[in-house]
Design a binder for this molecule. Structure first.
Ligand SMILES: [Zn+2]
Length: 170
């Protein structure tokens, strides 16, 4: 399948037997949960998904997906674009017991009553995980002055503020 509109649900076992490679897209308008948290800057979500069977006989769905979305910077409140690029490796499971037995390097995806998985939901979930909890420009692109108090609030992972050391000395 090359640059086709992808089926929303797909039978992973049958696809794995055929070693199916899907190159295609989903309409972003069908991803309501994604659209609830950001504005899409593209009409299509590009997806590459490969179906196969590993050496243990497990069905594996692996691939990548990309889309461009607009978010509001929480530091300067201006909008900005973010290219979402995700990669995934799933193995379909029938129930929680099967999920518990799955090797940890696979994510579990539940089969529906027809033995199919919802590929569009899978991709949408990955995008939702890829959107930062506190969306912000990179510092060089941000309109907010770097020493604004608001800009420093959520930066736990950045280098320690030298003024904290001074505060301790007081
Ligand atoms: Zn900003």
């Amino acid at each position: 399948m090359k640059n086709l509109k992808l089926p929303i649900t797909i039978d992973p076992s049958r696809s794995a037997q055929r070693k199916l490679v899907c190159d295609g897209y989903f309409e972003v308008s069908g991803m309501n949960r994604l659209l609830a948290v950001c504005d899409a800057q593209c009409e299509q979500v590009q997806v590459n998904a490969n179906f196969g069977v590993d050496e243990q006989g497990l069905v594996v769905i692996s691939g990548t997906a990309s889309a461009t979305v607009a978010l509001i910077c929480q530091r300067c409140t201006e909008g900005f674009e973010l290219a979402l690029e995700v990669s995934f490796t799933f193995s379909p499971v029938k129930d929680v017991e099967a999920e518990a037995e799955l090797p940890s390097y696979y994510d579990a995806i539940e089969l529906d009553e027809n033995g199919e998985v919802n590929l569009r939901e899978l991709v949408e979930d990955e995008f939702l995980l890829a959107i930062p909890l506190i969306p912000r420009h990179s510092l060089k692109d941000c309109q907010a002055s770097p020493d604004s108090v608001w800009g420093e609030l959520p930066e736990e992972l950045e280098k320690p503020n030298p003024f904290d050391v001074l505060k301790k000395l007081k």
